[in-house]
Design a protein around this ligand. Sequence first.
Ligand SMILES: Nc1ncnc2c1ncn2[C@@H]1O[C@H](COP(=O)(O)OP(=O)(O)OP(=O)(O)O)[C@@H](O)[C@H]1O
Ligand SMILES: Cc1ncc(CO)c(N)n1
Length: 268
Amino acid sequence: MKKVLTIAGSDSSGGAGVQADLKTMLANGVYGMSAITALTAQNTQGVRMVQEATPEFLAAELDAVFEDIRPDAVKVGMVASPALIHVIADKLKAYKAEHVVVDPVMVATSGAKLLVDEAIEVLVQELFPLAEVITPNIPELSVLTGAEIADEFAFEQAAKKLAAEAEVNVLAKGGHFADDASDLLVLAGGEGEQWYRGTRVANPNTHGTGCTLSSAIAANLAKGFDLDESIGRAKSYLFGALLAKMDLGRGNGPVDHGWNLHGDFFEN
Ligand SMILES: Nc1ncnc2c1ncn2[C@@H]1O[C@H](COP(=O)(O)OP(=O)(O)OP(=O)(O)O)[C@@H](O)[C@H]1O
Ligand SMILES: Cc1ncc(CO)c(N)n1
């Protein structure tokens, strides 16, 4: 059994963050582990409170995992402050972590800020160099490049700029465009690109889609698929989870992470 670690925030409503990651890992056939960076009191309508882990506690979580069950891939999600980013970078380097997927989470789908401004530069300097791929959405790509992104051309230019300047593989997520759900991979240095054209599912419940995509990519990298295939498989899994049209909560609800797990114990 391959093992994957998520380093991310907890979402009390279970649709994003660590909870989305662990469900995604189970549904993608890997053993999931978690190092929690922050607790959020959150639901489908918004984030009410955030309680960060201390750097010492996060370091202890990471040591506990790496000294015992070495992950085959790592996903990094919400990390709110520079001190926590330093800890993650130090530990990932010390343990020579492989297949690191960094989702530069900045703002929740509901609009709540999940990262302090000073952390952005630290994220770029310390975590991006350790990543096999980073997965910004349109607003995050805009913050990281300073570009305004109103159409697909600007989106492509910004992804190329970031891949060239930060020397990292960039999967720019187009989920915030109204017409389809296509994402663009630009390889580090800007050499080579690949579109992942997706049909947009008519489902207003997209809470946690970004978390789900990045942990599904990490799960597939852990299983030995290359980056291109891992992204394709992750998009297919997410498409199924959106297509299942689960409808929970009063706001932007979660997707059905277990849509592909039908079996003897599934029906209720
Ligand atoms: N309605 C949809 N139908 C199909 N795919 C979608 C839809 N909405 C988003 N996606 C896909 O979901 C993935 C996540 O994209 P998105 O841009 O929404 O990320 P995000 O903003 O980081 O998500 P979140 O903050 O909600 O976790 C992308 O692969 C995107 O193409
Ligand atoms: C804990 C957490 N991580 C990430 C996101 C982004 O969807 C969220 N809403 N909550």
